[in-house]
Design a protein around this ligand. Structure first.
Ligand code: NOJ
Length: 746
């Protein structure tokens, strides 16, 4: 009886909440309609324009000394790249002088933190810790929203399988399943409970779509892709973003099969706003509407504006094609006012949902800004997720963790002392606010070590360049040390937008420095700092211990020290394949088998292999070591045959058999043995991250149902085809520990 009462009460509360939301939405709709009715065509078009403020540009800037005037006339709907309560307040004040007083939206690339910088998104993805990623987005939102920002251009949910593309750093790697989970978590994190909350930031899933598949890894390049590849691999994280309630989408610079994404009706109207029912608005990428002229799809800005608005791009970031042409397009009857109204309504709806019509200065509270940007809890969270993002690639003879009582440590390399490098690309510099509070790697070690340890330093060499002048000093201090730690890698801005590379080696003479240090015979731990998977075979084959630290953000130094000295046992796993050579790219774990599969590197008997390089990656998707060992046992399936609508329960026991407490990411892969469309050799379908103390065992449970077995058939229908499936449980995509199979029957 008691249970029934509780159940009914919960149900009632849910119904009341739902009806409140519906009533709220209804009233927002009425308000939007009423504002719309009072707008002139010029004012409507004004809402569709987004201009860059003066602070920082990530594209060609239109020099415009008339911004304030245009805002006053209601000709601008949004600004990007203006930061801080004072600056946003001053622009909003001007917007309040316009006839209808429609508030401006302030957008910003808050990609991996605001004042507190978190690891770059690809690094965070290595944690496979969805709660931690949601939290980092939440904190970024709390800080940015307190600083006048309403909207972040994140998360980037592009699947990326080509590390030559500099923007791999900004996403979650190569896999649609993992990518979708992370996309969902990040959207939830940025937006919080609901948009009306004062610490919510509108998310923007970008870049719609397939930008990560730019040919040759060259940024802004074309994409040539089958429909199935698009649906199966590149679209799922976007769908997850819609499911998470993403308020906005950004389209992309690339053309896809010859049609620029910005002018792509199939993507924006048919899929996003049609099939998926997306109610938010779409912003173009920077200047991408005008760039359709360069693509060769439209003749001039007039045609560009026509193409973009027809295709469903609601807001024009910086190209000014809408501003200059939409009025004329309406006069010429090429664009119906209804089309413009639809875009305006979508934008106004978000402004209402954010609460900006009630208080345009809601996000401009200097005191809140001060508090949010100086919250010590944020640094703690950044340190924790940074440690979770560090991947232990190699640990010969258990060199790591190091003892805190080591007498002398030589800390060498061009990345030991720099500060800002640790933040990686897309960091935020806030005018008037000290955003350089970063714990350098040097400081991190100093913080960790007591007076028993002497810490020696030499730079050794620069990140780039050929000079080896610093080698002698580095070798000298290495000789005095018990252990050497060498910190090498890319420059922070070698990966990022417009940062494609054809060679993925560790730049300059840094690996030569390692060789010189190895010659001393001292044990060496290498830290590799980078924004993408690099190719570093010499280091991989010769250094006894390697930590891939990526760019870890404000707390980099502390997090690195936590891992080096065992206060955090590494648990990260790669979300993207590391190639042996650039020539293997694109290389990803979920490939097809082909008609002539190669199974090893020794035979090149007319099979699908290379004659000069391995078929295997250097480090595979899902790979990452721990200081402890995990044993997998007792795999059990609740049944071996299931009907399409049934489920199978899978359980497996994991035991910590090593000497440290630790966390393991247990990965479940499936292979559909025979399909009307060939299926990949394995696909990640689930994972669980668990914590196990020394000697502890835990049972991990997975449920396999229809969703995990479906794929897009020839007609692009999402179906399960009855037949045999292999089930693999592994510690990585290659390190499969246990296997079984089952059959799906009609
Ligand atoms: C261009 C980038 O592609 C996009 O991701 C970013 O949000 C905009 N510039 C704004 O900076």
């Amino acid at each position: 009886m008691k249970k029934v009462v509780i159940y009914i009460s919960v149900l009632l509360i849910a119904v009341i909440q739902l009806s409140n939301v519906t009533a709220q939405q209804k009233s927002i709709k009425q308000k939007v309609d009423s504002v719309l009715r009072s707008m002139t065509l010029e004012e409507k078009i004004g809402q569709l324009n987004q201009y860059n403020d003066d602070w920082k540009a990530t594209g060609p800037v239109t020099v415009d000394n008339d911004k304030a005037n245009q805002i006053r006339k209601g000709q601008v709907g949004s600004l990007l790249n203006c930061l801080g309560t004072e600056r946003t307040r001053s622009w909003q004040n001007i917007a309040m002088q316009s006839r209808l007083k429609i508030p401006l939206l302030f957008g910003q690339d808050v990609i991996h933190g605001y004042k507190t910088t978190f690891p770059i998104p690809l690094a965070e993805a290595c944690s496979w810790d969805l709660d931690a990623m949601q939290l980092s987005a939440r904190i970024a939102a709390t800080e940015a929203s307190a600083s006048g920002i309403h909207w972040t251009f994140a998360p980037m949910v592009d699947i990326a399988r080509d590390p030559r593309w500099g923007r791999v750093m900004e996403g979650a790697g190569e896999d649609p399943y993992l990518g979708s989970k992370i996309a969902y978590a990040r959207v939830k994190g940025f937006q919080g409970n609901k948009l009306g909350d004062v610490n919510a930031l509108m998310a923007c899933a970008k870049h719609f779509a397939a930008y990560g598949a730019a040919i040759g890894g060259r940024d802004y390049n074309s994409v040539d892709m089958s429909d199935r590849m698009l649906w199966e691999t590149y679209l799922p994280p976007f769908k997850a973003a819609v499911d998470a309630g993403a308020a906005t989408f950004m389209n992309s610079f690339n053309d896809i099969n010859g049609v620029p994404a910005t002018g792509n009706k199939y993507l924006q109207r048919d899929i996003l706003k049609g099939k998926w029912g997306f109610k938010g608005f779409v912003v173009s990428d920077w200047g991408s509407i005008g760039e359709m002229i360069n693509h060769g799809n439209v003749k001039n800005e007039y045609e560009a504006a026509l193409s973009a608005i027809t295709a469903g791009s609601d807001m024009d970031m910086e190209s000014r094609c809408y501003k200059k042409n939409l009025v004329q397009l309406v006069k010429d009857k090429k664009v119906a006012v209804a089309l413009i109204d639809d875009a305006v309504k979508r934008i106004l709806t978000k402004k209402f949902e954010l609460g900006l019509f009630d208080d345009p200065f809601k996000f401009c509270d200097t005191e809140r800004e001060r508090q949010a940007l100086n919250n010590p809890e944020h640094a703690k969270a950044a340190r924790a997720i940074a440690a979770k993002s560090i991947v232990l690639l190699k640990n010969q003879n258990n060199l790591l963790p190091l003892s805190k009582n080591t007498r002398t440590i030589a800390f060498i390399g061009p990345l030991v002392k720099p500060l800002r490098q640790n933040k990686g690309f897309w960091d935020i510099e806030i005018p008037g606010i000290d955003s350089n509070f970063i714990v350098s790697q040097w400081e991190g070690l100093q913080n960790k070590l007591g007076t028993n340890t002497t810490l020696l330093y030499a730079k050794g060499c620069n990140i780039e360049g050929t000079t080896k002048d610093g080698f002698a000093e580095a070798v000298e201090i290495a000789k005095q040390a018990d252990v050497v730690i060498l910190s090498i890698g890319e420059r922070r801005d070698m990966s990022g937008e417009a940062k494609s590379r054809s060679m993925l080696n560790i730049p300059g003479v840094q690996e030569d420095l390692l060789a010189a240090l190895l010659a001393t015979g001292k044990p060496i731990v290498v830290l590799i700092n980078a924004g993408r998977p690099l190719v570093f075979n010499y280091t991989a084959d010769n250094a006894p211990a390697i930590l891939y630290t990526w760019w870890l953000g404000s707390e980099a130094g502390n997090a690195i020290a936590d891992v080096l000295f065992g206060d955090y046992n590494p648990s990260a796993k790669l979300p993207i394949t590391f190639p042996v050579s650039v020539g293997q790219i694109p290389i990803y774990y979920s490939h097809f088998n082909t008609g002539r599969p190669a199974t090893n590197d020794n035979s090149h008997n007319y099979n699908s292999s290379y004659n000069d390089v391995s078929i295997f990656p250097k480090y595979e998707f899902g790979y990452g070591l721990s200081y402890t060992d995990f044993q997998y046992s007792n795999l059990q399936l609740s049944k071996k045959k299931m009907k399409v609508n049934e489920e199978i329960e899978v359980i497996v026991t994991i035991t910590n058999t090593g000497k440290y407490d630790g966390e393991e990411v247990v990965q479940l892969y499936l292979r559909d043995k025979v399909g009307s469309i060939a299926r990949p050799v394995k696909e990640l379908k689930d994972f669980k991250k668990i914590k196990l103390n020394i000697g502890e065992s835990k049972t991990v449970k997975f449920i396999i149902g229809k969703e995990k077995l479906s794929f897009y058939n020839q007609q692009l229908q999402w179906v399960v085809e009855p037949g045999d499936f292999d089930l693999m449980i592994g510690a990585s995509s290659r390190d499969i520990r246990l296997k079984d199979n089952f059959e799906v029957v009609k």
